[in-house]
Design a protein around this ligand. Structure first.
Ligand code: G6Q
Length: 545
């Protein structure tokens, strides 16, 4: 595999970087006040403004050339057309097929996967309608009031994030809860408020073997059996899985299992039947709109030239900062309370995908890959960690995300929220010079000695890069587009770094060792071979448990 450092465009980028990295963003704007026209992309009702970045037209041209040389186009086509690009698991990567609204077939191993997808969507519609209109009854004949999704990782983060984001679309009064952690306090806290007669558990697990999920599911079963016969629990459990045998063995009727397929990666699975809790919460029509929004972004990603392609530009900018500016962290800052789980969702999506250190040929790489993804909804973050963004020693590129219209009628709140979001991007970019600080202090009547004393602390270097993503309103369709935009950014970056974004071997070792530690916790003596520290921790736990 060719190292990216060997591409001519990469060498040109290296040379270009040495010429532009000292130019302040203020200077870029002073030299070209309308650069926002040059560095913005509109998509449906989205505006992606990436003008507050350390770029010139030459930077973008070189990055685009790099994407071309590295054959990004070919990887995109392979992904959409069902090639097994997740080669370490011998799987296609087809979350895009789950939301394919066209009549184009999508082939895996010579078979069109679209009829299977449509049939599961139809079953989801019938089932969710039945639950939502009260025709699905609990064992005592009462309608369902509460859905509890039991799943973890990809079988939790997506549905949880989306149901939080689309709260305004839950008009029919079904309550939703999520249990993911093996920590028994989560399940206990959730079920203690619920009525066994009116609860429906969705056990969401691709493998149906995940320790946390199966332990929680079994405890949920015991909790239900406190007030009903074992045979009656069929009305209170459905499963989402690829493992029909294990589902039936658990005691869930095969009729009540919603399947998906091995070519759906966990962290990209909310579009499959893993989205069942979403559809229960907002209704199947709205779920279809979510799929449609994602499909529209898929079409954009697949068909629009790279210069006007949002996920491609996002991915290239990330590469530019990571590789050349040595930025090891990226902040996701949604100015919408309903998107408060979006940073956590993207942590998994990006870091599990691109947190890799061998390339596609299995060689250890000597450059950094995925930055640490983190964030918080605005304006809470401003009163917490923005100090570091503004005056700390790291350069942390950030995405500001803001819907124009809120769902509440407190317009003044929304204007203030918007003003803060926009002002932060301005402040991060412009900063405040020593002269400006001096002027400000002088005009407030501060004496000379205090000015000298205070001014170094009040200077903002600025020059901090941001993207701003504005859109009309947080509808299911727009949310679908937003999520797909980031999913595709991940694909772009994985391609640039030459890694497989679609496996996740890094989560295995801890799981494996936990099994042995558990054996040692449960047994009289220590059976496993552990280092001294691990041994001490187990012994301490056993002494006080
Ligand atoms: C995601 C990962 C991982 C997975 C969970 C749950 O891409 O594969 O987060 O979703 O480990 O797995 P199950 O759905 O099999 O329980």
């Amino acid at each position: 595999m060719t190292q990216f450092t060997e591409y001519p465009s990469f060498n040109a980028l290296t040379e270009h970087f040495s010429r532009i990295n000292q130019i302040h963003l203020r200077t870029h704007f002073a030299q070209n006040p309308s650069r926002c026209n040059q560095f913005s992309i509109e998509f449906n009702n989205f505006l992606f403004d990436y003008s507050k970045n350390h770029i010139t037209q030459e930077t973008i041209d070189l990055l685009l050339k790099f994407a071309e040389e590295i054959e990004l186009k070919s990887l995109i086509e392979k992904m959409f057309s069902g090639e097994k690009i997740n080669f370490t698991e011998n799987r296609a990567v087809l979350h895009t097929a789950l939301r394919n609204q066209s009549d184009r077939p999508v082939m895996v191993d010579g078979q069109d996967v679209m009829p299977g997808i449509k049939s599961v969507l139809d079953r989801m519609r019938t089932f969710t309608d039945k639950v939502r209109n009260g025709h699905w009854k609990g064992f005592s004949g009462k309608a369902i009031t509460d859905i509890v999704n039991i799943g973890i990782g990809g079988s939790d983060l997506g549905p949880y994030m989306v149901t939080e984001a689309l709260k305004p679309f839950n008009q029919d009064g079904l309550n939703i809860h999520f249990v993911s952690n093996i920590d028994g306090s989560q399940l206990t806290d959730v079920v203690e408020k619920l009525n066994q007669e009116t609860v429906l558990f969705v056990i969401a697990s691709k493998t149906f073997t995940t320790q946390e999920t199966m332990t929680n599911a079994n405890s949920a079963k015991k909790w239900l059996c406190r007030s009903m016969n074992h045979a009656d629990i069929v009305n209170h459990f459905v499963a989402v899985s690829t493992n029909a045998e294990a589902v039936v063995e658990f005691g869930i009727d095969a009729e009540n299992m919603f399947e998906f397929w091995d070519w759906v990666g966990g962290r990209f699975s909310l579009w499959s039947s893993i989205g069942l809790p979403i559809a229960l919460y907002i209704g199947m029509d709205r779920f279809d709109e979510l799929l449609d929004g994602a499909f529209q972004m898929d079409e954009h990603f697949r068909n629009v030239n790279f210069a006007n392609n949002i996920p491609v530009i996002m991915g290239l900018l990330g590469f530019w900062y990571n590789h050349f500016f040595q930025c090891k962290s990226h902040a996701i800052l949604p100015y919408d309370q309903h998107l408060h789980r979006f940073p956590a969702y993207l942590q998994q999506a990006e870091m599990e995908s691109n947190g890799k250190s061998v390339n596609r040929d299995g060689q250890v790489i000597d450059y950094s890959t995925c930055p640490v993804i983190w964030g918080e909804s605005g304006t809470n973050g401003q009163h917490a960690f923005y100090q570091l963004l503004h005056q700390g020693t790291h350069m942390i590129p950030a995405d500001f995300i803001l819907p124009v219209k809120p769902y509440h009628d407190l317009q003044q709140h929304h204007d203030i929220l918007t003003a803060n979001c926009i002002a932060q991007t301005e402040a991060l970019m412009m900063g405040k010079t020593k002269d400006e600080v001096r002027q400000e202090l002088e005009s407030s009547g501060v004496d000379e000695a205090s000015i000298n004393h205070l001014s170094p602390h009040k200077v903002f270097k600025g020059n901090k890069p941001t993207n701003t993503i504005l859109f009309d309103q947080l509808t299911p369709r727009n949310l679908g587009s937003l999520i797909a935009m980031y999913e595709h950014k991940i694909t772009v970056q994985g391609c640039l770094w030459g890694i497989n974004s679609f496996d996740q071997w890094g989560v295995e070792l801890g799981k494996q060792l936990a099994k042995q530690v558990l054996v040692d916790i449960d047994s009289e003596t220590m059976t496993g071979q552990h280092d001294g520290s691990t041994q001490q921790l187990i012994a301490f736990y056993k002494k006080y448990k």
